[in-house]
Ligand binder design. Structure first.
Ligand SMILES: [Zn+2]
Length: 400
C-alpha cells in the first residue's frame, strides 16, 4: 500500500534526482513543471531538502515573465561521491557533488597489484571529510557478479574485491567502458538515445549496449566485452585465451604492435599517443598503423551494427582521436560491413562529449545511484512527527 509518506519520499527523491541530472541549475518553478507537481508542493519539498542540507535555494535571476522563483543548487554541506578510475598503471580520484560538479583530488601510479585498492582507500580517507556518502570505482576489466575482477593486462584473474574494498562507505566497482557509456547517456552525447553503443578505447576496446540510457550488464555483470569477439579475423591469440579478438587490432596495443614496439601488460599509453602524433605529422609507418586501427574499428562497428541496430555509436578515450584523424576511413569501413540494405541509413558515429574523465564520471553516477534512493533519503531527513501527533508526543518518542 502506498501511503502519503511514501509518496512524499518518492517525490523528494525525484526532485533531488532532477537537480542532480540537470545540465544547468533548475529553478523551483522549472522542477515543479518537470515533475508535474504544484508550485506549493514543490516549495514544501524544496524546504524539506534544504532543512536536510541536501539542496540550497537562492533567488533566481529575473526571467522576464511570471512570479520570481529560486534556483536549486547543491547544499554546501550536502552529500558528495568520490570516484576513482583505476587504470592499468595509474589511478585518479575525484569528488563529485549533487549536480555533477567534479573536482580532481589526487592521482598516482601503482605497482600493478591489488594493493592499489588500499592506496585508493587511503586517499579517499584523506579527502573524505564528513560529506562523503558513496564511492564508485572504474576498472579496466570485467567485474564478474560485481565482485570478481579479471584484468588480463595486469594478470589479475579472479581477484576478489571483497578482500580489497572496505566497508567504510557504500562502494560500487564496475567496468570502465560501461561507465564511460553510462556517463555519455546521463551527461553527454547519448542523452535521450534509445538504442546506442558506446566504446571506450584505451589499450584495447571495450563497450556497452545502452537501451533507453541503461548500460546492459548481462547475467553476470560481464556483458559488453565486444573487444573479445573475432570481428575482424586477426590470426593472433589474445591474452583472454581466444584467437582473433577484435581488441588485437584496435587500441594502443595494436598501434604499438604495428610499429614493432612491445605491446601488452598495460604499458605504453604515451608511446601510443606519439604514434598518433607522428601519423598526424605525416610519418608513413605511423600513418599505416593508424589506418589499420581505424579500418578494424570501422569493420567491427559495422558487424555489431548489423546485430544490434544502434541509432548512434559514441567513442571515448583513444576513439576520439581516431575519429578526429580518420573519420572517413572509419565510416567507410563500417559501411563495408553493414548489410547492403542498411547502408542508406548507417548509425551515426560520434565522439563522446563527456571527455577524458568519462569513466570517472560514470563511476560517480553509479555512486549517486546507490544514495539517491528512498531508503537513504529517509535516513537522512530529520525525524518528523506522524501526522496528527502532538509535538509533545513526538518529543517523548525514543529511537530504538
Ligand atoms: Zn580476447
Amino acid at each position: 500500500m502506498t501511503t502519503s509518506a511514501d509518496l512524499r519520499i518518492h517525490n523528494l527523491v525525484r526532485l533531488l534526482r532532477a537537480v542532480h541530472d540537470a545540465d544547468e541549475p533548475l529553478t523551483r518553478a522549472g522542477v515543479a513543471r518537470l515533475l508535474g507537481i504544484g508550485r506549493n508542493t514543490a516549495a514544501a519539498l524544496v524546504g524539506e531538502l534544504e532543512a536536510a542540507a541536501l539542496l540550497h535555494e537562492v533567488p533566481a535571476g529575473a526571467t522576464g515573465r511570471g512570479r520570481p522563483t529560486t534556483s536549486l543548487l547543491p547544499h554546501p554541506d550536502g552529500p558528495v561521491a568520490i570516484a576513482a578510475d583505476l587504470r592499468e598503471d595509474t589511478w585518479t580520484l575525484a569528488r563529485i557533488e549533487v549536480g555533477g560538479r567534479l573536482t580532481e583530488l589526487a592521482s598516482g601510479e601503482h605497482d600493478r597489484t591489488p594493493a592499489v585498492f588500499a592506496e585508493i582507500r587511503a586517499a579517499t580517507r584523506r579527502h573524505a571529510g564528513d560529506r562523503l556518502a558513496a564511492l564508485g570505482v572504474a576498472v579496466a576489466g570485467p567485474v564478474r557478479h560485481g565482485r570478481r575482477l579479471h584484468i588480463s593486462h595486469l594478470d589479475w584473474d579472479d581477484v576478489d574485491l571483497a578482500e580489497h574494498v572496505g566497508d567504510e562507505w557504500p562502494t560500487t566497482v564496475d567496468n570502465d567502458a560501461r561507465l564511460a557509456g553510462l556517463a555519455e547517456a546521463r551527461r553527454g552525447a547519448l542523452r535521450g538515445a534509445g538504442t546506442a553503443l558506446h566504446f571506450h578505447i584505451d589499450f584495447d576496446i571495450g563497450g556497452t549496449l545502452l537501451l533507453g540510457g541503461d548500460a546492459q550488464r548481462g547475467a553476470g555483470n560481464i556483458a559488453g566485452e565486444f573487444g573479445h569477439m573475432p570481428l575482424t579475423g586477426s590470426p593472433l591469440w589474445c591474452r583472454c585465451g581466444v584467437q582473433g579478438c577484435w581488441s588485437l587490432q584496435v587500441g594502443t596495443n595494436a598501434l604499438l604492435r604495428h610499429v614493432g614496439q612491445e605491446a601488452g601488460h598495460g604499458r605504453g599509453r604515451e608511446a601510443g599517443r606519439e604514434i598518433l602524433a607522428r601519423a598526424e605529422a605525416g610519418d608513413a609507418r605511423a600513418g599505416r598503423a593508424v589506418d589499420d586501427n581505424a579500418a578494424a574499428l570501422g569493420h567491427g562497428l559495422g558487424a555489431l551494427a548489423n546485430a544490434l541496430d544502434p541509432e548512434v555509436i559514441t567513442l571515448s578515450g583513444l576513439g576520439v582521436e581516431l575519429l578526429r584523424l580518420r573519420r572517413d576511413l572509419i565510416e567507410r569501413s563500417c559501411a563495408e560491413k553493414l548489410m547492403r540494405f542498411r547502408r542508406a541509413e548507417p548509425p551515426s558515429i560520434l565522439a563522446g562529449t563527456v571527455g577524458e574523465a568519462s569513466p570517472l564520471r560514470g563511476a560517480a553516477e553509479l555512486a549517486f545511484d546507490t544514495i539517491l534512493t528512498p531508503a537513504w533519503l529517509q535516513a537522512r531527513l530529520p525525524a518528523r512527527p506522524p501526522a496528527g501527533a502532538s509535538a509533545r508526543a513526538s518529543m517523548t518518542a525514543r529511537r530504538p
